[in-house]
Design a protein. Sequence first.
Length: 425
Amino acid sequence: MKNLFEKILYVWFGFIVFEAPLRYFFYSAGLPILVYLKDLILILIFFYFALQTTMTARINKLMLALAGLICYGLIVGLVNGLSLMQVAFGLKIILTFFVGLMAVYMCGLKTKFFVRLYRIFTPIILLGLVLEMLFELPWIGFEYDAYGVTIPGSIEWWTLGLPRLSGFGRVSYETAILLFCLSALYLTVTIRSRDFRSKKMIIYDRPLLLLSFAGIVLTTAKSSIFAFLILLLFYIFLKKTINNSNRFSRTAGVVIKILLVLIFIYGVVPPILAATSPKILTGYLNSDDIVMTAVSASYIERMEIMWPDAYRLLSDSYMYFTGRGLGGIGAAQKYFEPGLYNAADNVYVYLLVNFGIIILGLIIFWLITKIMTIKPAERYNIYFLVFALIFFSYGATLNVIESPTLMICLGFMLALWDRDRCGDS
């Protein structure tokens, strides 16, 4: 059964990697609905794992806490007047995270699976970027009408006159996230295990890391460029922490924790300023320099427009404590509250609007407490540290929750950490 689910997950990743050409060819064949097979795969996996959990009556504390959080979001959303379909859409978005968790807990995914993912799909993604540089691919910029709406099959856009390449992906930043997540999973499990330190790693895997970063640069996805550089820095310090028992090892562990806290501050302070005095920061970011404008323009828009508008979604004062509920912000609004649609583009803003300040505070408290108390030298803690790195570095400028690749990667990381620390592997 484990081998079957591994193959199903490979198929799901294949859908994500080839999403743009698949949408193009499915629509051309008159069957645009087939692209949603990837969602059906996730739903079926989720319900199978849920059924298995119910039959065996086995659920750990982490899974139970997360299930309780989702139930809370469902109830609050319905009480606050969100439609059942909107709340259900919000639930569907989070399923990817649960599938990542359950695949590790129930299916017992081993490190070899993640190494294979990296070795198979990274070259394919890079090939797509090269093809887009050399040829006019038919799916780039492709849109189609289905179900009464216009759906972008692949988004074509530019920055500073340069194309933001997506290759086989639907949008450039998701292609970058794929490259980052495959690299992060690979680096984490190879630090954790000694089984993959061979000549093959040197002549194939390591150059692939450099090419992955080059591919991310071609997408011009600033969040992924930042996250990848931080990941490489982490990799250096994590290796020093694990492979040594001297004072430098302890120092490296402290540096890792300090870096994580700094990245957390980078993500949480600007949204707070946006609620009070965004000009304090945006005044420094405004510039006539074209490069500075390209780097900061979207961030200024978030602080002065997007995040203040997101706070206004909490129309009643009590909502600051309870949130609007699942589906209260983001993609679900695009379909059910289009006039209020807000992408959030910050994970803390997204969680605040969905779950309220109390739940957000508890999540932050848990993360920071774990970071401060865990020992980086213990190998299983690597998974949690990289989980926090991904959450914090992307969370500053993306809502994280609506990226299926980030969510399944975070689910894998958190479950691997929890499984190993509990001695279940």
